[in-house]
Design a binder for this molecule. Structure first.
Ligand SMILES: [Zn+2]
Length: 250
């Protein structure tokens, strides 16, 4: 998948396959957790919200993963009598601990909507994955020789257009690459860090535009960062690449 295809992709399974090995298992687990949070039925089960909260803590390394696996298994065992129980949920303990994107890709979509993804959920998944992925994309455009000269030229124009996109990642190919966005130490004031931490803790990312203003106030003019914060159409989730950048998480 090229960077342009990634940007246009509307299929969560393909995107999950693409990020395999390119984003941390923490982010992958947080994506599963975000999907669980999206699932009202799962969250409303007795102990459901607490279990997902524990899974998030495990993703961040503050709780033993094995403990969470047991909690999820227990939660699902208690919920088997519920008429809305779906056997797909049986994969949840695995998913919350797994670092294998392919397994996630096969399972997670049916967990968030057992009857198939509706367009709104599909869109949410795609946006959430882009929010999480940030800079995972290995810039692997096909060799120019495989293109007609006209197509190669058009591709070069597109690449130029995308040059500041956060998905860009340095490569050893020698091609011109935009630097991966990073947080300058001078940006990380107590108010910027507190704002990011508060959103991270609360799962309420409505202050992302305020974070953009705060970052700009301390000298951040990285459009990729500011645009991501100010894109009101993006459903930010825990693991958001900009918030992670501020908090020093990967
Ligand atoms: Zn985000």
């Amino acid at each position: 998948m090229t960077e342009a295809e990634w940007l246009l992709c509307t299929e969560p399974r393909e995107m999950l396959r693409e990020v395999q090995g390119k984003i941390s298992s923490r982010k992958l687990r947080l994506f599963v957790c975000a999907c669980c949070r999206k699932n009202q039925w799962l969250m409303s089960l007795p102990g459901g919200a607490e279990t997902i909260q524990a899974a998030e803590a495990a993703a961040d390394g503050t709780l033993e993963l094995s403990t969470v696996g047991k909690s999820v298994t227990d939660l699902l065992a208690r919920s088997r009598q519920n008429p809305d129980y779906d056997d797909e949920l049986a994969a949840l303990p695995l998913l919350l601990g797994v670092a294998d994107a392919d397994e996630v890709a096969h399972r997670v979509t049916s967990i968030i909507d057992g009857s198939g993804l509706n367009s709104a959920t599909r869109r949410w998944c795609v946006d959430a994955l882009r929010c999480l992925a940030g800079c995972p994309f290995p810039h692997s455009l096909p060799e120019p020789a495989t293109f007609s000269s006209r197509l190669a030229k058009a591709t070069a124009g597109l690449v130029h257009l995308l040059a500041s996109h956060p998905l860009r990642q340095p490569t050893k190919s020698g091609r011109a690459e935009a630097p991966v966005p990073h947080a300058a130490p001078s940006w990380l004031t107590s108010s910027v860090s507190a704002l990011a931490r508060q959103m991270y803790e609360s799962h309420d990312f409505s202050a992302m535009p305020i974070l953009a203003d705060a970052l700009q106030d301390v000298g951040c003019n990285a459009e990729t960062i500011l645009n991501h914060c100010r894109d009101v159409g993006t459903p930010h989730v825990r693991g958001c690449w900009v918030v992670d950048l501020v908090l020093g998480k990967v």
